[in-house]
Design a protein around this ligand. Sequence first.
Ligand code: SF4
Ligand code: SF4
Length: 342
Amino acid sequence: MRYVKLGNTGLTVSEFGFGCIPIIRLVKDDSVKVLRYALARGITFFDTANAYRDSEEKIGKAFDGMRDRVVLASKTLKRDGDGAVQQLDNSLRMMKTDYLDLYQLHQVAQEEDWLKVTGPGGALEAVMKAKAAGKVRHVGVTSHSLPMALRMVKSGLFETVQFPFNLIEEAAKDELLGVAWEMGLGFISMKPFGGGVIDNAEISFKYLRQYPEAIPIPGFESCEQVDQILSIYEQPNLMSEQDLSMMEKYRSELGRVFCRRCEYCQPCPQGVIITPAMGYPIFVRRMSAPVAVEFARKAMESVPSCTGCGDCVKRCPYELKIPEIIKANYALYEADLKEKRQ
Ligand code: SF4
Ligand code: SF4
């Protein structure tokens, strides 16, 4: 394992970290086992969020008494200061620590989010106060929207940015990575497997290892998965013609159906919460169906209001057939809900 600087934060982290969504699916003891195994194998960077259910509590249990060996990051979806600090205090309690190395404003994508978090009484002001009080060492931001991510990076207000980056979501490489690097921000690559749609770890990481300044945070739910990614990193990163053509195959096959969660399609005049409804199968893959049903309930329950007007399709840069996709996802959701109730 190599260790690298996370931008200008002064933090040193393993060249890839541990994204903590998948531990939601594990019982507590199994989560603790995988988290500790990852640390024993050299992974030192653990990224979670208030929204990832009991993952913070599992991290707290795994690393109790080992605080100085890990770099801990969490996030808040709250846009107001009081809510953000309440969630921060909860994260600290759950993770059994009195400081987080990195606290991120989670999924700031729309103009409305930006105005709220940066406005008076907003989350950013409160998190900066928490930083001054020593509860947080560094402040970062996460987004799926490229224009917003660029704006936030250029604002000089944040020390890290977390953005989707994988072989089918390459916008970061072309437009964001260089700017973040120049501005001294640490770059954290979320969704190295495209949120679960790229099912070949070797190809995923052969692609990502070309950009060592970006720290991927794959999720793990077993010790074998930790070993698998480590074994890829232990090899020289040689790219064959076959690898390149496989990457192209993923791009061409998934490009027509894959939602990048950029949110350009919103808002919907009927109040459909489009982006999470588009991602329902990914939630199921990453969290399990019984958890996804709860996690995405509000969005999925909004889908029947879709009239098929097509406004969102006109705004989607990838021309995805949104009404068809969300209706198909709604059928999956209904089946999962039924099974859960049985
Ligand atoms: S097609 Fe459906 S989801 Fe899209 S904008 Fe119209 S009502 Fe909303
Ligand atoms: S449906 Fe299209 S516009 Fe909407 S979030 Fe997904 S990729 Fe972006």
